[in-house]
Design a protein around this ligand. Structure first.
Ligand code: ZN
Length: 375
């Protein structure tokens, strides 16, 4: 057996794989950082081999509760990702699988490659409704892409949707793919109506460097981008610096920051509660948005999420809180699971790219329901 990870998004350290039935691996830390949890590697020469792959350092990863009731994803063709039996003893994560083919890829969640990101941006920009803007360069010199959907005009609502500040949360970009596809569908009545009243500024991948490097949470300098919003700099966090600068030019009436949560097996929203300046009007809008989203997608729910933050106690370095305070608008973080939704589990795929895409689409229904009252 060979195990390799020298590709886009790859992450694994090989310790001892002499015995495929008792192989030892570790997850590599994000560069310049202690975070780690994302893994993505290829096992070769394994057809019909009963693999037992131990990730020995799982217990001291960034979010150990993420391994409880978790199942790794696997693929033979890197298109279809299915779940494989995985257990966790409090220290080691163990994947047990007998592959049908010579090579198999294993990952924490279905990867979203830089090539696919570029294909997405390219496909969107050919729509007459879409303009592409290159906001600037990342630390590693990658393009930071912005898609502007709809015609900017006075009186239109300004909606920002950003995804994948945390690069290992690939579900966020799968979500964006579905949302963008629907928004650009000129035969979708919700999309068409939204675009008569609103302009969308979408950043499908806030952290292309971290994504390519196989990081869980940080960019190429080791910055956690979702803690950089108060004082981003060109050197340390250019991704946030450029997006924030563009937001200052457009204003913001609505902001959705899309993420994934390691531990909680639910889709949920965290709002700007805890921001000292937040108004009851905004909190009521959030409440209605969540109810509309739940009606549109039974994969979304209201019962489980993060604990409410007491007024004035919010961490103001995050996208959601910073935007809520700076622009006085509805600003939310949407979290999807790495595992599956407990209320609506899918045995074969768990929470999957297609389910992410459908949740992205459903968010436009919710937004449609509150759009007129955003300002
Ligand atoms: Zn996140």
């Amino acid at each position: 057996m060979q195990i390799t990870s020298n590709f886009d998004g790859g992450n694994i350290l090989v310790r001892d794989i002499a015995d495929p039935g008792d192989a030892h691996l570790e997850i590599r830390r994000d560069n310049n950082s202690d975070f780690y949890q994302w893994f993505y590697f290829r096992a070769s020469g394994v057809r019909d081999t009963s693999l037992v792959l131990h990730i020995d350092n799982a217990g001291s990863s960034s979010y150990p509760p993420g391994w409880k009731d978790y199942r790794a994803v696997a693929s033979y063709d890197r298109e279809q990702w299915f779940r494989v039996p995985t257990d966790y003893d409090g220290e080691r994560l163990t994947i047990r699988h007998t592959p049908d083919h010579d090579s198999v890829w294993y990952a924490y969640f279905a990867p979203y490659s830089h090539e696919r990101h570029q294909d997405l941006v390219a496909a969107c920009q050919t729509s007459p409704q879409c303009r592409h803007e290159l906001l600037g360069a990342t630390v590693d010199g990658r393009d930071l892409d912005l898609l502007v959907i709809g015609e900017p005009a006075a009186g239109k609502r300004v909606c920002w949707i950003v995804a994948r500040q945390h690069p290992g949360e690939t579900m966020a970009e799968w979500f964006m793919e579905g949302l963008l596809e629907r928004l650009l569908d000129d035969e979708d009545p919700i999309a068409r109506h939204l675009l008569t009243k609103a302009v969308f500024y979408c950043v499908p991948n806030m952290n292309p460097d971290g994504a390519f490097r196989g990081n869980l949470r940080t960019n190429a300098t080791g910055a956690n981008l979702n803690r950089e919003w108060l004082e981003p700099t060109r050197e340390r966090s250019p991704e946030v610096y450029y997006v924030r600068k563009r937001m200052e030019q457009t204003g913001v009436d609505f902001c959705l920051d899309v993420h994934g949560d390691e531990a909680l097996p639910y889709n949920f929203i965290a709002g700007p509660d805890g921001v000292a300046s937040v108004t009851q009007r905004v909190l009521d809008l959030q409440d209605e948005y969540e109810r509309l989203l739940m009606r549109s997608s039974p994969d979304f729910q209201l019962e489980y999420g993060y604990d409410a933050v007491p007024p004035g106690a919010a961490n103001m370095t995050m996208c959601t809180t910073f935007i809520a305070d700076r622009f006085g608008c509805l600003s939310m973080t949407l979290e999807q699971p790495f595992k599956d939704t407990v209320d609506s589990p899918h045995e074969l795929v768990g929470w999957s790219p297609e389910r992410c895409r459908k949740l992205g689409r459903a968010n436009l229904d919710a937004l449609h329901g509150i759009l007129d009252r955003l300002r």
